[in-house]
Design a protein around this ligand. Structure first.
Ligand code: URA
Length: 245
């Protein structure tokens, strides 16, 4: 990781969501923040986020959360919404509460609709977020769809044609790739992220998606063994390399 500027300890801890500057100052005064086990009371102590001293810090004996520049790989369960504010269970409820107070803020990289499960990335790296969500990024995502009706047989050709127009849109979809896994199950690779795109693609051909899961973003596969609702935290730059591998 490239060197990051040193920050005051109280600012660093507040940015990680451990509390306001005043709350963090109280934690420091109470001796709850330690370096190699010894209390660190000076709020003005300069620390490099993610630097060698960072790894030696603890709060109540627990290592600090990952420094800024993180990417969260979450297995989004069905029925959970990718929003900060809507009613009902939100993907943000699956993260430790203090992650919501982090600065820079953690946001999802695009969205999965409420009924779609699978690999969702969240990051606090604004540049990465922009690179991956820009219409020019064309990172391919792989979905597994279970369909209400048998495939007709021409879906692969239609999706690959680059001419399919979704209802209400003015530009045809980019070519997409389909692999039939069975009469009512398919893998689909798409390089865009239009609203409810996969569901609308099958609907355009008279079918209905009954279950949808995102299995991969670029070369980044959903981590094996990751339970629904569970997540892994990696460095944002490492995740970008995995996506583009
Ligand atoms: N296509 C959909 O229909 N839903 C998603 O969540 C993602 C792609």
């Amino acid at each position: 990781m490239s060197a990051t500027p040193k920050l005051r300890l109280d600012r660093l801890l507040a940015g990680l969501g451990y509390g306001s500057r005043a709350q963090v100052a109280a934690l420091l005064r109470a001796g709850r923040v330690t370096q190699d086990g010894a209390p660190l009371a000076d709020p003005a102590r300069k620390i490099e986020a993610g630097g060698p001293a960072y790894a030696r810090l603890a709060l109540d004996g627990e290592p600090l959360d990952p420094p800024p520049g993180l990417a969260i790989l979450l297995d989004k369960p069905q029925g959970v919404t990718c929003s900060r504010k809507e009613a009902g269970p939100l993907v943000y409820d699956l993260l430790p509460e203090r992650y919501l107070r982090r600065e820079p803020a953690v946001s999802s990289v695009g969205r999965l609709d409420k009924e779609t499960s699978g690999l969702l990335l969240l990051t606090d790296d604004g540049a990465l977020l922009h690179r991956l969500t820009s219409p020019k990024s064309h990172v391919e995502k792989r979905y597994r769809a279970r369909l209400a009706r048998p495939l007709r047989g021409d879906e692969g050709e239609v999706f690959a044609s680059g001419t399919l127009m979704l209802q209400g849109e003015e530009k045809p979809l980019l070519p997409a790739r389909l692999e039939a896994l069975g009469p009512q199950e398919a893998l689909l690779w798409i390089a865009e992220g239009r609203y409810h795109q996969v569901r609308r693609m099958f609907a355009a051909l008279g079918n209905h998606v009954e279950a949808l899961r995102r299995e991969a973003i670029g070369a980044l596969e959903s981590p094996e063994g990751l339970a629904p609702g569970a997540f892994l935290v990696l460095r944002a730059d490492a995740v970008e390399a995995l996506i583009r591998a």
